[in-house]
Design a binder for this molecule. Structure first.
Ligand SMILES: [Zn+2]
Length: 1082
């Protein structure tokens, strides 16, 4: 067949291991962009440019309906069932200007089989009325409003960020503009959205010439083009399609001519803290230098404690804000946003004025700190390069923008990604140029401000409205009407659930998992390792050039530091210092949030030299591209504390110097500590609005004891502690605090409590080991000051794990429910826990893994039973060997009681034999574990970390993946039933589980009586009593001051931090079709 796809462009990226090629079909206009970058994972992003004038939610509802079946494959869930079988997972998001469908596959073989099936779903979905009813909106037999999309939007549309952003879109853009629409759909409109309207939207937007298939990873190009050609030959030709390009051919809104300031209210009982959003319509997307310049100005103003806005608003006594972020929306013209959170409500207008004044001051060249700007540019460039080395997602984002906004000839793709010369241009800019630029973009160009004010009145009225609405529905339909609605829903569900013929699934051959190219990295060790390595950790290389170099560079045979090197090709190197928190007295663990700011404290060196904190931050920015202290090691093993720095390999010695100086010589000063504590306290109202965090907080505080970092680092647990600390500082008793902090430092940062991991470009380290001599000598010297020097390093086997710190309740693990009341929330977050083995290699762990995958697969039993019926946005089951619990979680529950009952009965039906476990589902469950494993190691850094963690921390030796897979292949139905009986049934029984939930006020009674009937003792917890630091530095009590909850643990952070770079998308503006859970702690 002659290819209809013409190559438009193909080029190597100058600064990353990527090659990018773009083709366009001359027949249909369909586009393909391939980003060739080695990885065991092939990622697909199928992008449709979607523009709509209204808030009906057609783009978002259509995104959901695409997964409900296609012309050739008219079965709901076929795509996902097939995906599970072919080592793949699917997802999608709808944003203001795009709907993007994703396909993630371990290996090319599975991907290529799914590609045409997926595309058939996009272009030829069935869009049945029945699917629309269950997926979009319906009233069930009890008169409750449900529907997957409806519940999803209901869960977010009263949140502060949602209200602020929608208001801002409407301020910036005209009502006709697609940019002013809520593409997710407002619930008020979803109620009346018809399937007809969705179909119309589909025929308008989902056409080949408005679709781009973007693929990253390693694929067979010839095969790819062959598959795409075949698919293309059945598509309508360009002439048969509507000819307009969304956004490009619509009227364009110019930047604002006047300043706007608007107040909006959001519901919350705690009225102490609000937030601000300040935005501009900026330069056109194609003005690369202006866009990059703005990104640099954004970073210059906000990205570190010494940035202008932070210096004046955040890092001050009685802070006016806890966080300031700069982001952009990359539209036809870039929208520039500053979000300011944790602002005392009575200061909201002041802060808006102040920010504008600070920006105005920068239009005077004398005030522009060019030196700092250049530092920012250099650092941002390195960060960007390092992110492209780690994953191809930067380029897939650029490819999406190129498709929506770029020149149709494909020429913008290389213009936007091939090189980084804009950084060079900006490095040359003078203070005059920067001042002029800031004036043009942020002063002469007018801004809009949305001021978000918390309102308990609004909270009350919304609840009331909801109640009366629910009553009016029941009145309207009456008993018979509801019965009929119930029947209608049932019929629709039955039709949707038409079983997929097994033959259709098995028609697709299962790829060979051994063909998946996992990334290999090499391990080396140096220094002190006797008696500390686990017996199975024996896979160190000892006979190549790197190992010889390491050996020759050892300063002495009794060098008292364990160093693990993990080598792969990279421009960068990362050092992780890992410490056991078990060495620290438990009363000191609460100070961890202060120690986390270690990289923004002043330094007092032994030679008398004092470096003030702003200079420390500035110099760090020069030498390192990442630096932080966190509990956990890469978000796992939360009883450890790690200090991480990332840098260009040539800065190795400097990086070690920094690690030494911050860990041993940082100075705890009253003014700095006070600011850190005030920020912590002011951030609480914001955290308490987050139901998911509150649920985890409740779990951590109750299941663990006071030796556990998990508990002591929890923000609610430590709230009173920090209020006391602040009082002590205000009363002039800082020495007590300082003394404690110094003790904490001395107990934590000891040579025998430090394990060093050097990861990345080891090959180019000239002195990999002896560079640590000064570090070691100084540590010994410092430690000898406090009496006799001791060196008793812990073996890896003795490192602390959370399961060792279970509370009395945690050990018993029965009969207890704690409901945290989140007054302004709309949905429930719930987690149930039951004990499991704490040995990573226990036979049962593998069976639990298989049973988990079987139950929770996309379109598996839980998915269909709970999400598909609108009871919750999602559920998950997680095995955490680190904590010793299996957990069942209801995520954004609309009807948590029914979700729980359904989950319980699904498990019961499998164990009783009423429902049969088919072998096809077991095969799929195993395949999706393979996909998960490959995803966890999709780049060299993650592969290196997995290897270290398997070998040293999880004590499960090398080749764990192989071992895991061989175990799984020997399992069958009876092993799943065994695990269900032994571990999953107990999750739903009061004799063997405890439950923690965050619950809106209106649903507390229902859940209380439900769980009481189930045999639990139910406790409720108010979090209303909040006080914050007001501007007199005194505490102001708002309500009663009970105990309060909340949390924030690395392991559960679902949003990763975005770095500044060429293009960005706000992660929380995307609405994944599937909830994106944190990585399971396997
Ligand atoms: Zn959705």
């Amino acid at each position: 067949m002659v290819s209809t796809f013409v190559k438009q462009t193909s080029f190597e990226v100058d600064y990353a291991p990527s090659n990018i090629t773009k083709w366009k079909s001359q027949r249909s206009g369909l586009q393909i962009t391939y980003i060739n970058q080695p990885s065991p994972i092939v990622n697909g992003y199928f992008a449709v440019a979607t523009e709509i004038e209204d808030n009906s939610g057609s783009p978002h509802t259509l995104e959901h309906l695409v997964f409900m079946g296609s012309k050739k494959y008219p079965y709901k869930g076929l795509l996902d069932n097939l995906g599970n079988r072919l080592y793949s997972s699917t997802n999608a998001w709808t944003s203001v200007d795009q709907t993007v469908y994703t396909l993630t596959t371990a290996g090319w073989d599975g991907f290529k089989a799914l590609l045409p099936v997926y595309l058939d779903h996009l272009l030829f979905p069935t869009l049945t009325d029945e699917a629309c009813l269950t997926e979009v909106y319906h009233i069930d037999g009890e008169g409750k409003e449900k529907g997957v999309v409806f519940s999803e939007m209901q869960g977010i549309e009263n949140q502060s960020w949602f209200i602020s952003y929608l208001t801002m879109q409407q301020l910036l853009y005209s009502p006709k503009s697609g940019y002013s629409s809520e593409t997710g759909g407002l619930t008020s409109e979803l109620r009346s959205l018809t399937n007809e309207k969705i179909k119309q939207f589909h025929s308008l937007m989902y056409r080949p010439s408005n679709l781009c298939v973007i693929i990253t990873g390693s694929v067979d190009e010839e095969e790819l083009l062959k598959i795409m050609n075949e698919f293309d030959s059945e598509l309508p030709t360009i002439a048969e399609q509507p000819q307009t390009r969304p956004f490009i051919d619509s009227p364009h809104d110019p930047p604002l001519e006047n300043i706007h300031v608007t107040e909006v209210k959001f519901p919350d009982n705690d009225e102490s803290m609000g937030e601000l959003l300040i935005s501009w319509i900026g330069p056109v997307a194609d003005d690369l230098v202006a866009n990059m310049g703005l990104d640099m100005v954004g970073a210059y103003l906000t990205n570190s404690p010494i940035s202008l806005l932070n210096k004046h608003l955040v890092e001050i006594e009685n802070p006016l804000a806890t966080d300031i972020d700069y982001t952009t929306d990359d539209y036809l013209r870039t929208t520039i946003n500053f979000t300011v959170s944790g602002v005392p409500t009575d200061k909201l207008h002041v802060v808006d004025e102040k920010i504008k004044q600070l920006i105005l001051d920068q239009t005077n060249p004398d005030n522009v700190d060019v030196q700092y700007l250049r530092q920012v540019i250099n650092q941002q460039r390195l960060k960007y390069i390092s992110s492209t080395e780690k994953s191809a997602s930067r380029f897939s984002n650029i490819a999406i923008l190129d498709f929506i906004y770029g020149n149709p000839d494909g020429s913008d793709l290389s213009k936007w990604s091939k090189d980084l010369h804009e950084y060079d241009i900006l490095l040359e800019w003078t203070a005059d140029q920067w001042a002029e630029f800031i004036k043009k973009q942020l002063v002469n160009n007018k801004s809009a401000t949305v001021i978000g004010v918390p309102s308990s009145e609004l909270n009350k009225s919304l609840k009331k409205e909801k109640k009366s609405l629910s009553k009016s529905i029941k009145d309207k339909y009456g008993k018979d009407g509801l019965l009929e609605l119930g029947e209608k829903l049932k019929r629709a569900q039955e039709k949707n659930d038409t079983p997929i013929p097994d033959s259709l699934l098995t028609h697709f051959e299962k790829p060979d998992p051994s063909k998946i190219a996992f990334i290999d990295t090499n391990s080396y060790k140096a220094g002190y390792f006797e008696n500390i390595l686990p017996p199975k950790a024996n896979n160190y290389v000892s006979n190549d050039t790197i190992s010889k170099l390491i050996e020759q560079d050892l300063p002495s045979n009794d060098f008292p530091l364990f160093i693990h090197f993990e080598d792969f090709k990279s421009k960068f190197t990362t050092i992780n210092l890992v410490h056991a928190a078990s060495r620290v007295e438990s009363r000191l663990l609460s100070y961890l949030s202060i120690i986390e700011e270690l990289f923004s404290l002043s330094i007092q060196l032994p030679n008398g030299k004092y470096i003030p904190y702003d200079q420390v931050v500035s110099e760090l920015n020069d030498d390192l591209i990442e630096f932080n202290l966190d509990n956990g090691f890469e978000n796992q093993f939360l009883e450890l504390i790690s200090v991480k720095v990332k840098f260009e390999t040539t800065k190795y010695v400097k990086a070690i110097d920094w690690l030494l100086n911050v860990s041993k010589f940082s100075k705890f000063e009253s003014s700095r500590v006070k600011i850190i504590v005030e920020k912590l306290i002011n951030s609480l109202p914001d955290r308490k609005r987050n139901g998911e965090l509150m649920m985890y907080s409740s779990q951590y505080r109750n299941l663990f004891n006071e030796r556990s970092v998990r508990k002591m680092h929890d923000a609610i647990q430590s709230e009173q502690f920090y209020r006391d600390v602040l009082n002590k500082i205000n009363e002039g008793n800082f020495e007590i605090i300082e003394n404690d902090l110094n003790q904490l430092r001395d107990q934590l940062f000891r040579l025998d409590n430090t394990k060093v991991f050097v990861i990345g470009n080891i090959e180019e380290l000239t002195k990999p080991v002896s560079s640590w001599t000064k570090f070691v000598d100084t540590y010994i010297e410092e430690e000898s000051k406090n009496g006799e020097y001791k060196f008793n390093p812990d073996s890896f086997l003795d490192l602390p794990h959370s399961y060792q710190y279970q509370s009395e309740l945690g050990e018993k693990c029965q009969k207890y429910v704690n409901l945290v009341i989140t007054p302004a929330a709309d949905s429930i977050h719930l987690i149930s826990s039951t004990p499991i083995p704490t040995d990573y290699l226990a036979e049962d762990i593998f069976k639990i893994a298989l049973a988990t995958e079987f139950l929770t697969a996309v379109e598996g039993p839980f998915w269909r039973g709970i999400r598909g019926t609108g009871l919750a946005y999602g559920t998950n089951i997680r095995r955490s060997i680190e904590t010793g619990y299996l957990t069942f979680c209801i995520y954004r529950g609309a009807d948590a009681k029914q979700a729980w009952t359904t989950a319980k009965s699904i498990v019961d039906k499998f164990t009783s034999g009423e429902t049969v476990i088919d072998s096809l589902s077991i095969e799929s469950a195993i395949a999706s574990i393979v996909n998960e494993l490959a995803n966890g190691e999709s780049n060299s850094y993650d592969a290196a970390f997995c290897k270290i963690s398997d070998n040293l921390f999880k004590r499960r030796g090398p080749n764990y993946v192989k071992h895991f897979l061989s175990k799984l292949s020997g399992f069958g139905k009876e092993d799943i039933i065994y695990a269900l009986n032994k571990y999953f049934k107990p999750l739903f029984s009061s004799d063997s589980s405890v439950v923690f939930a965050s619950v809106p006020s209106g649903k507390v009674e229902e859940l209380r009586s439900f769980f009481t009937e189930e045999g639990y003792i139910v406790n409720t917890e108010e979090i209303g009593g909040v006080s914050s630091v007001d501007n007199n530095g005194e505490e102001k009590e708002h309500e009663d001051d009970d105990d309060d909850e909340e949390d924030d643990e690395g392991e559960y952070d679902s949003l990763s931090e975005e770095e500044t770079g060429k293009t960005r998308t706000l992660p929380w503006r995307l609405r994944p079709a599937r909830p994106e859970y944190p990585i399971p702690a396997a």
